[in-house]
Design a protein around this ligand. Sequence first.
Ligand SMILES: Cc1cc2nc3c(=O)[nH]c(=O)nc-3n(C[C@H](O)[C@H](O)[C@H](O)COP(=O)(O)O)c2cc1C
Length: 198
Amino acid sequence: MSKLKIAIVISTTRATRFGHKPAEWVKTIAAERSDMTVELLDLRDYPMPFFDEVASNAWAPTTNEVAQRWQKKVAEFDGYIFVTAEYNHSMPAVLKNALDYAYPEWVKKAAAFVGYGAVGGSRAVEHLRLVAAELQLATIRTGVYIQGADFMAALREGKDLKEIPHLQQGVRDMLDQLAWWSTALKIARQQDVLTKAA
Ligand SMILES: Cc1cc2nc3c(=O)[nH]c(=O)nc-3n(C[C@H](O)[C@H](O)[C@H](O)COP(=O)(O)O)c2cc1C
């Protein structure tokens, strides 16, 4: 089977964001693996308006050109790693908007989460898991939560995340699970195509 294609989504866009740092760190660890290729998806590159279509693209084609480009990009992948901040105990609005702007592109694929914040972005990740269920994304048990002193050291003192061994191991465990589920779902999606063609 060809290598899995995994997207790492940078979920915040503000000028002084921290979000690209954990995303790049996860990419470096994932790039050591031979079973997947990884690509960063930066929501800054997809400046979509707040959702303004007649319906989800599950029901009606999207007219906004940036959103069409986003949907095409999302469709390329077998699995996703959402690297998310926690804004008032949930996911950043820009991420929710981007999730809403696609539907079939997410379906029957796998999703993993890396959160950061005072409690590791865990409340945002739990909300994301509920949203993912509606998008028919299968979520991976092991999340990575950059929290407390680790988060403050990285945010305020610029500590490199690769210097925090327990977080590195967490990413590796998450990637193992993501690879398993992404492979299983890729085979199942291919089987869907074969069944429909028969
Ligand atoms: C609007 C807003 C709401 C926030 N709410 C929370 C929160 O609920 N929990 C938390 O741990 N941090 C919260 N923070 C602090 C963020 O963890 C911190 O600013 C982080 O750097 C945000 O990610 P970003 O830099 O990628 O935007 C909030 C920050 C903003 C801007």
